[in-house]
Ligand binder design. Structure first.
Ligand code: PGA
Length: 251
């Protein structure tokens, strides 16, 4: 965490939860203490419910994916403009589950980031290696390729409007978290890579860690110099746990 960057915690409900769970969150978060910038990325059918409670709950709302196209014949997809009209301010892009389940390439993800930015959304661009890649020692080269595809398409101005989430695939939903040292090392690497595009953006861009973040490990992770918050999956489905993580990021 750095004093000049505002910490951010985003919850990614994935394909979980329902209106009843959201109502529990509303009750819990409307009484919550002041905390860091908090984003809730609910399944898209719950977006309007989450947005209507956002003022009282002090959270912002994000989508979990967006189309790389502006509009047109793309059955089942949502455009960036639709997310904006529903009240979203953020959108997760390139989550490893979308890369795996839907074969999303680095190039497609770069185009999605462009669409999101053009509509005024803040993309949370996800990167991260598999266990196999880490065991081979090529995690930095892998993440670098994921980043480069996005950076190639963005100006420094656009780059300053994105958030990057480092989520090692081996830590997602597994209960195995990257150690604070492992996470910090990769975050530093990512910030250095951003610095090659723009020194000033490297200082301001927010880098989140994701992968089995829990109340018990959040503080250690968020206290690392280049970690500015988290992207939370499993623990974002429990209001108490999610609030505790948000508060850990606020300290
Ligand atoms: P997890 O998921 O917190 O359940 O590991 C993180 C994510 O996929 O964003």
């Amino acid at each position: 965490m750095s004093l000049q960057r505002k910490t951010l915690v985003a919850g990614n409900w994935k394909m979980n939860g329902n209106a009843k769970l959201l109502a529990q969150f509303v009750e819990y978060f409307s009484a919550s203490r002041k905390r860091c910038e908090t984003v809730l990325c609910v399944p898209s059918l719950l977006t309007l419910n989450a947005v209507s409670a956002s003022e009282k709950c002090h959270w912002l709302v994000g989508g979990q994916d967006v189309s790389a196209e502006e509009n047109g014949a793309h059955t089942g997809d949502l455009s960036a403009q639709m997310l904006v009209e529903a009240g979203c301010q953020f959108v997760i892009i390139g989550h490893s589950e979308r890369r795996a389940d839907h074969g999303e390439s680095n190039q497609l993800i770069a185009r999605k980031a462009e669409q999101a930015l053009a509509a005024g959304l803040t993309p949370i661009v996800c990167v991260g290696e598999s266990l196999e890649t880490r065991n081979e020692g090529s995690e930095e080269a892998f993440v670098e390729a994921q980043l480069s595809a996005v950076f190639e398409r963005l100006s420094a101005q656009q780059l300053s409007d994105i958030v990057i989430a480092y989520e090692p695939i081996w830590a997602i939903g597994t209960g195995v978290t990257a150690s604070p040292e492992q996470a910090q090392a990769m975050h530093r690497f990512i910030r250095q890579r951003v610095a090659q595009q723009s020194q000033s953006v490297a200082k301001s861009i927010r880098l989140l860690y994701g992968g089995s973040v829990k109340p018990a490990n959040a503080e250690m992770l968020f206290s690392q110099e280049d970690i500015d918050g988290g992207l939370i999956g499993g623990a974002s489905l429990d209001p108490k746990e999610f609030e505790a993580i948000c508060l850990a990021a606020s300290e």
